[in-house]
Ligand binder design. Structure first.
Ligand code: ATP
Length: 244
């Protein structure tokens, strides 16, 4: 479904991604792990079309995305939930969701999709008229995910959905992602929350300083010393001590 081949991204002289290759199959849930600055957000932004690569190729269902503008990628079924959520704080929850329906692929079956989204996030149904900016951090994350779902995606890219949320809210967000996953939607999640994201994902990649330094099934990554190093500052403490 998504193939990333030798992707290099640079901001001026700073190389954020260095010849990164990875592939995502339909229906898979893939997690991208890495410490701060490893290049995780740059990867998702480049797939979403927000950042242009210096070299390399990203293809979606066989089409080279270099020829597809950012707004047309949503129309192809690629939905990005950015870090910081990117919701419109002065608009209501319902208005934010309606913005998700602008691509042509999303225009049929809006009512049914909204009903599904409200079933997934009952709190958003209760608060549909509330201004999104007055919602809690976790609720805003739900609005951002719900808006992406309204675009009828076939692949959902999530940039640190648990960032800044209390542990109990992180659980709630991951429970919703597990339900989304069970519908067969393809998910790519960038996370620093190793435990929650590996519990959700089929497999993953570990980025270190812009390079893929590890990959494998979630079980294999859980026990990978490089994963422990990335999250435990180079010590050999067990993964149990990592933030969860
Ligand atoms: P975090 O977990 O902190 O969000 P990340 O793994 O998502 O980190 P990126 O945000 O992709 O990492 O950043 C990778 C590197 O590129 C970092 O060193 C960052 O400072 C740099 N970088 C990111 N965006 C820009 C930009 N617009 N201009 C210059 N440098 C940037």
């Amino acid at each position: 479904m998504l193939e990333i081949d030798n992707l290099t991204v640079a901001y001026g002289k700073h190389v954020a991604l260095d010849a990164v290759s990875m592939a995502v199959q339909p229906g898979e849930c893939v997690v991208i792990l890495g410490a701060n600055g490893a290049g995780k957000s740059s990867l998702l932004k480049t797939v979403g079309g927000v950042v242009e690569p210096r070299s390399g190729r990203i293809s979606h269902e066989g089409t080279d995305l270099a020829t597809v503008a950012a707004h047309d990628r949503v129309g192809r079924g690629i939905a990005l939930v950015p870090e910081g959520r990117g919701i419109f704080p002065r608009m209501s929850v319902a208005e934010n969701l309606a913005l998700g329906t602008y691509p042509e692929r999303a225009r049929a079956g809006v009512a049914a999709r909204q009903a599904e989204v409200f079933e997934l996030f009952p709190r958003l149904a209760e608060r549909r008229r509330q201004l999104a900016g007055t919602m809690s951090g976790g609720e805003q994350q739900m609005v951002a995910i719900a808006r992406a779902l309204m675009s009828n995606p076939d692949i959902l890219l999530l940039d640190e959905p648990s960032l800044g949320l209390a542990p109990i809210v992180v659980k709630e967000v991951f429970a919703a992602l597990a339900r989304i996953r069970s519908t067969g939607l393809t998910l790519v999640i960038v996370e620093q929350n190793v435990r929650a994201s590996l519990a959700l994902a089929d497999r993953g990649y570990l980025l270190e300083a812009g390079r893929v330094v590890g990959q494998g099934s979630s079980d294999a990554l859980q026990n990978d010393p490089a994963v422990q190093r990335a999250f435990l500052g180079g010590t050999s403490e067990p993964l149990d001590n990592e933030i969860s």
